[in-house]
Each structure stands twice: as structure tokens, then as C-alpha cells.
Ligand binder design. Structure first.
Ligand SMILES: C[S@@+](CC[C@H](N)C(=O)[O-])C[C@H]1O[C@@H](n2cnc3c(N)ncnc32)[C@H](O)[C@@H]1O
Length: 359
């Protein structure tokens, strides 16, 4: 799992896990077949949500940020639900005006915090605005982290048809988006870029920490990345909709011929750009890390993030009676772990010795 840099650093230098959980390290010899080893990551999550949160400002800042973003995103999601009189998509997907607003944006919030903690400075580019649900969420993230924000869309819906998508689907008008941003955004300047990407993104020259693509069509991925990929900073990442776990991935690469997967496959192959990709969260969110060497590991794991959210959003569960709660966790599995502390430390040390955040 990845953690904000100041937390990684503190863990390695201060060794906070020493002693933590020590009384709970035990072995089940009776039922070996049901052993469920817990990774060092799990103990990091527990530590972050309990002792780390209590004792370390860096951890509190990170968890407070995640909690604040989540509250805002859920509020945006509720407020963004209204009747879409322009809905045309044959399966009704554009009836959901809230788009990606809500919990689905949390992995992006967490990853951007991480990039910020690693010193990346620049802007986030969103391609695919619709009514502005994801844009409003990004405006809170970017305001909080000091990133600029660009959001590009035709504001006339999809430019052409492909699969179940038809030309004009997912239309969100320019004024409609402006007004949603005014109502639900953070108030920071959001630069709306109007037009089809083949033209509107020509000459785009802002340094980018991340590109978030939700454009549905293969050609739109090619057009958007064609004009903006060169602006992605070293260690910057791409998040995309349409990359479904178990379907669109094969050994940390994307597979597919059409839609968003097809766009990425063609883009990276035609330019000979090495990359790694993995599922980044729910709803077909994919994480793509370009220029990733074969021997680099993508440490980001969505499941671990969810575990942390669960732990961190229920502070009372652990803070009131930690011992009892930990007993409960441990007893819920039949498991063996000789040293969770050592495992967690190894992961952290590995991270810390690499200057590259992907380790
Ligand atoms: C699924 S919607 C985006 C949903 C949005 N992210 C949300 O959370 O509500 C896809 C958007 O991509 C835009 N789009 C797709 N291809 C485009 C292109 N080539 N140029 C401009 N806009 C495009 C459409 O206009 C539409 O607003």
C-alpha cells in the first residue's frame, strides 16, 4: 500500500510499531488449513487508525483530509441528483446526473494526497465532465492540496457513437456545469476547456500531476492523451473510468480493443511507452502509471484503502477499547503471524529507500 510520504518517513525513522500489538502476536496451531495471514499492510492500517491518529499530526492530517473529502463527496452526490432532461443513452446511464461524485472519487483523493506528499506540484486535468459531479469533487481535492484544476468537455455530449454509446449522450451544458460548480465546488478557479479534444486540447501546456479520463470512447482517449500526455510530470498518473477488474487487465497491462481500454492499448503501443496498470477502485476505476519499469511494483491497493477507511471512520471502535476490539479482530480469523511489525517495517523501509514513489 502507499502512504503519504511524511508517514512513511516517520514509520521508518521512529519505528512506531515497536511494542504495538505485541501482546496479540500468537499462533494457532490447531487448524492450520484455516490460517489467514494478515499482511504488514493490515497492521499499518490498524496502527494509522489508532495510535498513529492519536499521536502523530501527519496521520491526523491525512485521515482528517480523507474524512473531509468523503463528507463533501457524499454531499455533492446527493445534491447532484436531478432529472436529466437531455438523457439519451440507450441504457439510461446518463440519467444518473451525479456521475462519479461520492465514494467512488475517494481513491483519487487518496492518491493525489500521496503525490502531493511526494512534492509534485502542478494541475489535475479532467477529461469528461458531464454535469460536473466529479469536477466538483476534484475542486475540493485540488483546493486542499494546492493543485490547479482543468476540466475539458464538449459540453455537447459524446462526439460520436461506439458500442452502446451514441453521439450526444452525457450532455452537460457549459452554463449548467458552471452553476453546479458554483453551488457545490470549493470556490477555487476551475478552468473549463470547451470543445472536442481533437481541437480543444491542442497546445495544452500546463504541467500535470494527474489526468482523470472519463470519456467512454476509444477515439476520445486517443485525442485527449495525444495532446496532453507530454505534460504529465514524472511520477504523475492517469486514472480512468471503464477499466474493469478481471476484465480489462492482464498482468498489470490493459487489454481490449474498444472503448477506453482500447484507447489506452493503442496509445501506449503506438508510442512505445512502458506502463503498469491495475484496478484503482470501484466502478471500473483504473490506475495507470506510465514509465513504470518492469521491476517496479505498484504498491497502491484499493482494498487496503477501503480497510483504512473502515478503520478510520470508526475511531470509537478502536479508541474506546482497543484491546477488546483487537481481540475480536484476531479471533474472527484463524491465523498465524509471527511478526506483523517486521512485515510492516519491511514494506516501509523498501518504500523509503526508493526515491521513486512507486518503489
Ligand atoms: C461519462 S461522461 C463523464 C462523467 C463525469 N466524469 C461525471 O462524473 O459526471 C463522458 C463525458 O465525456 C465527454 N466527451 C467524451 N469524448 C469527448 C471528446 N472527444 N471531446 C469532448 N468531450 C468528450 C462527454 O461530453 C461527456 O460529458
Amino acid at each position: 500500500m502507499i502512504y503519504p510520504h511524511e508517514i512513511e518517513k516517520w514509520v521508518v525513522e521512529q519505528k512506531p510499531l515497536d511494542g504495538f500489538l505485541q501482546p496479540y502476536v500468537f499462533q494457532h496451531e490447531t487448524n492450520k488449513s484455516r490460517r489467514v495471514p494478515r499482511s504488514g499492510d493490515f497492521w499499518m492500517e490498524v496502527w494509522l487508525a489508532t495510535e498513529g491518529r492519536r499521536n502523530l499530526p501527519e496521520v491526523r492530517r491525512y485521515l482528517d483530509y480523507l474524512a473531509e473529502m468523503r463528507t463533501r463527496f457524499v454531499h455533492i452526490q446527493k445534491e447532484m441528483m436531478y432529472e436529466n432532461r437531455d438523457a439519451t443513452h440507450q441504457l439510461g446511464h446518463d440519467q444518473c446526473t451525479a456521475g462519479w461524485a461520492g465514494d467512488s472519487m475517494m481513491p483519487i483523493a487518496a492518491y493525489l494526497y500521496y503525490l502531493h506528499s511526494r512534492g509534485l506540484k502542478g494541475s489535475v486535468l479532467e477529461c469528461g465532465v458531464f454535469k460536473g459531479g466529479s469536477t466538483c469533487c476534484l475542486s475540493w481535492i485540488c483546493k486542499s492540496l494546492g493543485f490547479g484544476l482543468y476540466a475539458a468537455d464538449s459540453f455537447e455530449g459524446l462526439p460520436s457513437s461506439e458500442g452502446h454509446y451514441g453521439r450526444g449522450d452525457f450532455k452537460g451544458g457549459y452554463e449548467e456545469v458552471r452553476s453546479n460548480l458554483k453551488r457545490l465546488g470549493s470556490g477555487m478557479t476551475t478552468n473549463l476547456i470547451k470543445g472536442f479534444y481533437a481541437d480543444s486540447l491542442k497546445g495544452f501546456n500546463e504541467p500535470l500531476v494527474a489526468i482523470w479520463l472519463d470519456v467512454d470512447l476509444k477515439q476520445s482517449v486517443l485525442d485527449a492523451l495525444g495532446h496532453t500526455y507530454s505534460q504529465l510530470l514524472p511520477n504523475g498518473v492517469i486514472f480512468s473510468d471503464g477499466l474493469v477488474d478481471d476484465v480489462d487487465f492482464e498482468q498489470e497491462r490493459i487489454k481490449g480493443e474498444c472503448g477506453e481500454p482500447g484507447g489506452f492499448v493503442e496509445f501506449f503501443a503506438s508510442r512505445g511507452i512502458p506502463y503498469k496498470a491495475k484496478p484503482g477502485g470501484p466502478r471500473g476505476l483504473g490506475l495507470i502509471v506510465p514509465q513504470c519499469a518492469d521491476d517496479e511494483n505498484l504498491l497502491y491497493e484499493h482494498d487496503k484503502l477501503v480497510e483504512l477507511f473502515k478503520l478510520a471512520e470508526l475511531p470509537g471502535l478502536y479508541l474506546t477499547d482497543r484491546d477488546k476490539q483487537l481481540e475480536t479482530i484476531l479471533q474472527s480469523n484463524s491465523w498465524k503471524i509471527t511478526s506483523p511489525l517486521r512485515q510492516a517495517r519491511r514494506i516501509m523501509e523498501k518504500l523509503w529507500t526508493h526515491t521513486n514513489p512507486r518503489a
